[in-house]
Design a protein around this ligand. Structure first.
Ligand SMILES: [Zn+2]
Ligand SMILES: [Zn+2]
Length: 326
């Protein structure tokens, strides 16, 4: 008995020491085909609830992830009266962060809203305004929020925390800070989540500063540079929409491998110079599928990133339903 207790205590303190984040990919593409659009879940591994990071495809992603064993804590028995898919959706997602108002980042949220439980949605004032005026407006869809026009059903509590200011994310135990990004004329954003002196960054769609004529990424790299220096940063999710060769004039606020590598160089400098990003996980998101026979943009993008990877970062491409512990 005593040994068992001791083992338990040791196990607890060990898990605290290696605490980190659980990430599940619900959707990993940047458009064209519905069913696998940008959406990830993240939670602190000492907490129950996940935060949704965008919500392009939600329920199809949960199905896929259940099939891959990403939610071992959910069984048909303990999900009742819901299906396991319903239980993850309603009881394990504690809120959503929406990076910007484009459909490929929130279509799943809209379509599944009639079956959702009460939860908060976070975004910039621009994103929250878009959700209120153009989606949950009683015209294209009933108003499932607590604000705006028409009958307010009130499933979602809309929150627009000020940029660069820390807030606590509902019952997820995570703190968040939102920073603006430039996305070809559409305001987009990044969220830095943190807990237990560890942090993780999720980027909405973004173009390179040079093309966007912006300093938004420069600002974000400075913030993340401090996180990396303090050895807090566990990883980032960032887009690479197209393989190399797409001219800047046709990027429409997105990144290619060449541009991401250039931006990561700025990040490396802000983190203390050469070698300072070694081992940092960079999850590549929002790849745009091609309908051309024989084209494989995903493989191309990952090859191009690896080829230019003199930073020593760990480029990861999660597939829909994959889970990763960081
Ligand atoms: Zn997008
Ligand atoms: Zn977009």
């Amino acid at each position: 008995m005593r040994n068992k207790m001791l083992a338990l205590i040791l196990a607890c303190s060990a898990s605290q020491a290696i605490a980190g984040f659980d990430v599940v990919a619900l959707g990993v593409r940047g458009g064209v085909e519905e069913g696998n659009l940008t959406s990830y879940l993240i939670r602190s591994d000492d907490q129950k609830l996940y935060l949704g990071l965008d919500a392009g495809s939600v329920l199809p992603g949960i199905s896929k992830a259940l099939g891959k064993g990403a939610f071992p804590q959910v069984t048909a028995e303990n999900a009742a009266p819901y299906t396991p898919q319903g239980a993850v959706f309603r009881n394990l997602i504690g809120g959503y962060f929406i990076s910007h108002g484009h459909l490929d980042h929130l279509a799943g949220l809209i379509i599944s809203s009639p079956e959702d439980s009460h939860k908060p949605i976070y975004g910039t004032a621009d994103t929250i305004g878009t959700l209120r005026q153009h989606y949950f407006n009683g015209k294209v869809w009933p108003n499932f929020t607590d604000a705006g026009s028409g009958l307010r059903i009130g499933t979602y509590r809309l929150n627009a925390p000020r940029p660069a200011q820390r807030f606590s994310i509902g019952l997820t135990g995570l703190d968040g800070v939102i920073y603006p990004l430039s996305h070809g004329g559409t305001p987009s954003s990044m969220i830095l989540v943190s807990r237990n002196n560890e942090s993780f960054a999720f980027f909405g769609d973004t173009g390179p500063d040079q093309v966007e004529k912006s300093k938004n990424l420069e600002t974000v790299w400075r913030v993340l540079g401090d996180e990396a220096k303090a050895k807090r940063l566990k990883g980032i999710i960032i887009e690479t929409s197209y393989p190399d060769g797409v001219p800047d004039s046709k990027l429409f606020g997105h990144l290619t491998p060449e541009w991401l590598l250039k931006e990561l160089k700025v990040f490396e400098t802000a983190s203390g110079g050469a070698g300072s990003l070694k081992g940092v996980t960079v999850i590549i998101s929002h790849v745009k599928p091609s309908l051309k026979a024989g084209a494989d943009p995903e493989a191309e993008i990952m090859q191009q990133l690896e080829k230019g990877n003199d930073l020593g970062v760990k480029f990861v491409r999660m597939q829909q339903g994959d889970a990763l512990s960081l």
